[in-house]
Write a new protein. Structure first.
Lengths: 287, 159
């Protein structure tokens, strides 16, 4: 609780925040909802010299639908994303995942941009973004660039963001006809970070899976898309899913006080199978 | 040197203006600067809920909001639930009647989480009440009477 003193700067715009980041250098951290940064500060694990507040920047907290995509502003809170009707009808994975984050207090303050930039390997929203093949808009205040979610998350609390860059928005495809979805996670207690999680989308035609997107969280240093599983699922009927999903490859779960690596790997397979079954049952044409 | 920021925050209806270190959390500002000590410091990570306050009507962990971010806002803590004459509010009375406090450390946070929950005046099942209070921990594990009290308060409000 007795944190090392730091300076507080309030940014009036995202471009202004980028300018402040350049001015203050590596001792500066950006705060919006503060639900990832302040636990680290309170525990002394982060000791910034300057905190730059973007929580009062105008705009950037809405959701927009156009041309088969939803664009969500980085300052959108988890609570609002979980309750948003446009998100619920356009891409239900978003709201369902957002509702599983932490507790109501975390969801009232925590923001989409904060969760993506913090890049906790067990966090819900980065996982959903990787599963959906989302694109992030990133700015340094002078220009902007787009980065694919799968390339943005580099590892444990590590992203492609340069020191003076911020996430502005995330763009995800809306759920197409024939697609079903599912989000599954297991944690020790409700609100804890997931021991393992899975976000899945499948498209069914003629009674079999013709297309799928499978991603898992909490079992690697970043959310991982499982291309191997997607390939073997092609042509599978619902009853064959369990047999087709073998031991999950391409993950590297760790052992800690929450669970052993082998238990996490086991959970991962169980959750992927469960998510595929649920997603199949939700598709327009059940397998 | 500690950089200070001028702050004005309305606490339980009373406007408090006091400059404070920019690094102070809202919780520490409330307790050490404004002298409002009912929100408690438990974990500092937003997990335990002992510091739950309403910030412009929404429950937040006061340990995970910088006081500087709350400048100009209205904060309600458990003592803000008291009547004008200092008597217990309806939810507090229900907690008292149902013996919903053992050591009492979690109580101010429980009261605010429950206040936020009951704001929509929807009648909830015991299971729903438990689910919605999952972010507030009682290490005496006296959850039963807490759920009893919230149930009693919502029934009384419904009458």
């Amino acid at each position: 609780m007795f944190t090392r003193p730091f300076q507080f700067e309030r940014a009036e715009s995202l471009a202004g925040a980028c300018e402040l980041l350049r001015a203050h250098g590596e001792g500066a951290k950006v705060i919006a909802g503060g639900q990832s940064l302040l636990p680290l500060v309170n525990l002394g694990l982060a000791q910034p010299d300057v905190i730059i507040d973007i929580s009062r920047v105008a705009g950037g907290r809405d959701i927009r639908a156009d041309d088969g995509y939803l664009t969500i502003g980085a300052l959108m809170t988890h609570a609002r994303l979980a309750a948003d009707p446009l998100a619920a009808s356009g891409q239900p994975l978003l709201g369902v995942a957002a509702a599983k984050i932490g507790n109501p207090r975390v969801r009232n303050r925590g923001t989409l941009g904060g969760s993506l930039a913090h890049s906790d390997p067990a966090a819900e929203l980065p996982l959903v973004m990787v599963a959906l093949g989302a694109t992030y808009e990133i700015t340094d205040g002078r220009g902007s660039r787009e980065v694919k979610a799968g390339e943005f998350h580099l590892g444990f609390l590590t992203t492609q963001l340069a020191e003076d860059e911020l996430v502005v928005a995330a763009r995800v495809p809306t759920l197409g006809p024939g697609w079903g979805w599912s989000f599954q996670e297991v944690s020790r207690r409700e609100g804890d970070f997931a021991l393992a999680s899975a976000a899945v989308l499948v498209r069914i035609a003629g009674g079999v899976i013709v297309e799928s997107r499978v991603a898992v969280g909490g079992v690697s240093d970043r959310p991982v898309r499982l291309a191997d599983v997607e390939i073997v699922l092609s042509g599978a009927a619902a009853g064959q899913i369990g047999d087709r999903v073998g031991p999950i490859r391409g993950i590297s779960p760790i052992s800690d006080t929450g669970a052993s690596a082998s238990y996490r790997a086991h959970l991962c397979r169980v959750l992927v199978t469960r998510a595929l079954a649920e997603a199949s049952s939700r598709s327009g044409e059940a397998a | 040197m500690t950089p200070e920021v001028p702050l004005t925050i309305t606490v339980n209806g009373r406007e408090v203006s006091a400059a404070a270190g920019a690094h102070l959390s809202l919780l520490r500002w409330l307790r050490d600067v404004a002298g409002v000590t009912d929100p408690k410091y438990g974990c500092g990570e937003g997990i335990c809920g002992a510091c739950t306050v309403l910030l412009d009507g929404q429950p937040v962990s006061a340990c995970l909001v910088l006081a500087a971010q709350a400048d100009g806002a209205a904060v309600t803590t458990a003592s803000g639930l008291l009547g004008a004459d200092g008597s217990l509010g309806p939810l507090q009375r229900a907690f008292h009647e149902k013996h919903a406090a053992q050591c009492g450390f979690c109580t101010p946070g429980m009261l605010m989480a429950a206040t936020a929950m009951l704001a929509d005046r929807r009648l909830r099942s015991r299971r729903e009440i438990r689910n919605e209070l999952h972010g507030n921990l009682c290490r005496c594990t006296g959850y039963g009477p807490i759920v009893d009290a919230v149930e009693m308060a919502q029934e009384e409000a419904g009458r």
